[in-house]
Design a protein around this ligand. Structure first.
Ligand code: NAD
Length: 286
């Protein structure tokens, strides 16, 4: 039976470090302030934003939520992002995704790039993604950091490890593959057009799955003693929350595995907090 990588307790360690840093900033008279932008009334996004708010408040980060209706104009959104980016009292700005297509169309990249890269706590501006390509000294996407932290909790040295990243989205798959490559792993990226996915995953020391397909990774697709990181969050028709991995069967073969819920989700929020404090420090010459 695999070791369960407990994302909740790993996240608690990261949050405690952030809380200490925020206390030190406050002791020196500083305030860490974070603004989230939510467009529309998507229930899942509302829950994610509320979780972020709670997480901020617990570590002493001031949180403000800016909402726009789903029928707002593109210009309303860009004006808000520009205003928050220019506000010197705000250290971090995040646009909750997805944004209704009726508002952004195919211009999401343009909107994200309006966020000051020094305040881009999701790490999704071209400037920060570019720095990741260059070896990584910008703000790094939170989920990618959470994945790296989860892997290193059971395998500290990734040098030469063969990792298969299933999924190539801008928010998870691509930045994660870059971050893991920067840590000297040999990374193969698979996606919906990959032929014979199982052939790739079966040869991997570590498999990271971020597809949004419940139970995509099955036991026959995994090498014995592989490390399995499940990023997926899927709500089944019966209301149950599951990942992209057939946890019950794969956990009998793997050496370590993240659960859903309680795996990468809490780590993503913890690394968002870490990025907010990192953003504050960059803006104050740290
Ligand atoms: P996305 O839809 O943008 O991308 C999905 C990726 O999976 C694509 O690159 C696609 O090519 C690939 N894919 C789809 N079907 C496939 C298949 N059958 N075989 C191989 N590849 C396939 O999704 P995303 O934003 O990257 O999110 C992926 C999942 O991770 C979702 O369930 C999402 O809810 C979850 N997620 C979790 C966290 C977290 O904090 N735990 C954060 C972000 C996303």
């Amino acid at each position: 039976m695999a070791q369960i990588i407990d994302g909740k307790s790993l996240a608690a360690v990261v949050r405690a470090r952030v809380a200490t840093e925020v206390r030190q900033i406050k002791a020196q008279g500083g305030t860490v302030r974070f603004a989230a932008v939510l467009v529309g009334e998507d229930p899942a996004s509302q829950i994610y934003v509320r979780n972020k708010q709670r997480a901020c408040e617990k570590v002493g980060i001031e949180f403000e939520l800016h909402t726009l209706p789903a029928n707002c104009r593109y210009e309303d959104l860009t004006a808000l992002i520009c205003r928050l980016s220019a506000d010197k009292t705000i250290n971090g700005v995040l646009l909750q995704l997805p944004v209704p297509p009726a508002v952004v169309g195919d211009r999401l990249t343009e909107v994200l790039n309006l966020i000051d890269p020094q305040k881009d706590v999701d790490g999704l501006t071209m400037a920060n993604l570019g720095k990741l390509v260059d070896g990584g000294h910008g703000l790094i996407p939170c989920t990618a950091q959470g994945i790296l932290y989860a892997i290193q909790s059971v395998c500290p040295d990734l040098t030469g490890k063969k990792i298969v990243m299933v999924g190539r989205s801008r928010i998870v798959g691509r930045p994660t593959s870059l971050l893991l490559t920067n840590h000297d792993a040999t990374v193969t990226v698979c996606h919906s057009r990959t032929r014979n996915l199982a052939e790739h995953t079966r040869s991997a020391d570590i498999v990271v799955v971020a597809t949004g397909c419940p139970h995509l990774l099955t036991a026959d697709m995994v090498k014995k003693d592989a490390i399995i990181i499940d990023v997926g969050i899927n709500r089944l028709p019966d209301g149950k929350l599951v990942g992209d991995v057939d946890f019950d069967r794969v956990s009998k073969i793997a050496s370590a595995i993240t659960p859903v819920p309680g795996g990468i989700g809490p780590l993503t929020v913890a690394f968002m907090l870490k990025n907010i404090v990192a953003a504050y420090c960059r803006q104050h010459g740290g």
